[in-house]
Design a protein around this ligand. Sequence first.
Ligand SMILES: Nc1nc2c(ncn2[C@@H]2O[C@H](COP(=O)(O)OP(=O)(O)OP(=O)(O)O)[C@@H](O)[C@H]2O)c(=O)[nH]1
Ligand SMILES: [Mg+2]
Length: 440
Amino acid sequence: MLDSLRGSLRDAVGRIVKSQGVDADLIKALKKDVQRALLLSDVDATLTVEITGRLEKRALEETPPPGLSRKNHVVTILYEELSSLLGEEHALPLNPDGATKILLLGIQGSGKTTTCAKLAKLLAGQGRQVGVIGADNYRPGALVQLRTMCEKSKTEVYGNDSGAQSDDIVREGLEHFGASRDIIIIDTAGRHKEEGDLLEEMRRISRVARPDVSLLVVDGTIGQQCHRQAAAFHSTVPVGGIVVTKLDSSGKGGGALAAAAATGARIMFVSSGERVDDLAPFSPTRFVGRMLGMGDIRAVLDLAKKLEGQMDDDRAKRIYRGKMTLMDFLNELVNVQSAGSMKDLLESMPGMAGKMSDQNMARAEENIEKWRYIVQSMTEEEQSRPDILNRSRIMRIARGAGCTARDVKTLLKQFEHTRNIIKSNKGRKMQGLMRRMGMG
Ligand SMILES: Nc1nc2c(ncn2[C@@H]2O[C@H](COP(=O)(O)OP(=O)(O)OP(=O)(O)O)[C@@H](O)[C@H]2O)c(=O)[nH]1
Ligand SMILES: [Mg+2]
């Protein structure tokens, strides 16, 4: 998805990570890299200048919280600014007293029918009873397309292809499903543009359906033109949320998302493929996290918070029982590093005792920086079950973290050793260390 944007943002982050230290030149280069990446992805030029200007100013002026490296801090700022470009996170509002009715609208070919089936599958997967009404009586074959796709989630589709009016079909469909469903999704017809008669039809359907939320489906390949389309719909039909589709098939997806967010619309879902599973709730922070190549960049933010002192009890218990995840391991290393007892920790590792000269310390600390990016390039599942890391996953992680597969393996080996000592309770030094960290 959005390969070119992701590629260039990761390169930019990689440069910071690999740099010796953060200085004004590096920040300027970062600003340029990000500017280029955003413009290529069709983000509006004014928005781009605004965002990257803020990035530069904050990176130059703000002091990192205690314990967080300057590099990581700059990455955090980049993450925050890019996320803010994409607006806030908005969940689908569900009606607590009865079926939630979702009306899909959008111009021809924007992806309404496929979104309808994808959304049905997503919500059914969350254990909800979903019914679908096919109210597109405009395009021949619309109902068959909808039924075929909805079969995959075994979702019932109500339709009527005997020439009925679309608002009548909606009325019949609602009666048909009655109170038997938690969610009813209505697929509607499109037109070439946001023409008057389309909007008029939507108004009519809307009066009958009385939707809890109307979702506007926009084709992401139109890039920043999304702004005009979202604004046009927004001003005529009350749009509760936006679905941006086809993020897989054009480099302009970033522009589409930024433009939709700039109208004040709530982006609720994004679609990045034709298959029925290719729809996901939209979260600016997760989206940007993926773009920047970190499994979940929230971990960096958590880390920043954690470094301000507090110890997470659950984590301590988990570690002590030998159920440590890679993220726990990393956080421990960073905690110990910031407490100045890095050498203790490393000496407690098998094969490391006595080998850590003071000169080597600087290299080890560099390793931690590298390991942090490695761990952050993993999915949550990989972080907690490193045994699933096969060759191709390791290659992917290495690419995401801007290092070699060997670096990843070194980390895994070290992690394995450490976990084993804790588990077997044999590493007395480690226990002493754990006690000092308030966990023994
Ligand atoms: N690559 C890709 N194709 C998509 C995506 N979403 C929809 N499509 C394709 O876009 C085309 C139009 O999708 P539909 O769901 O039929 O669009 P629609 O809005 O219902 O179109 P009308 O009913 O004619 O108004 C189909 O070929 C879909 O397979 C997506 O996220 N990625
Ligand atoms: Mg359709």
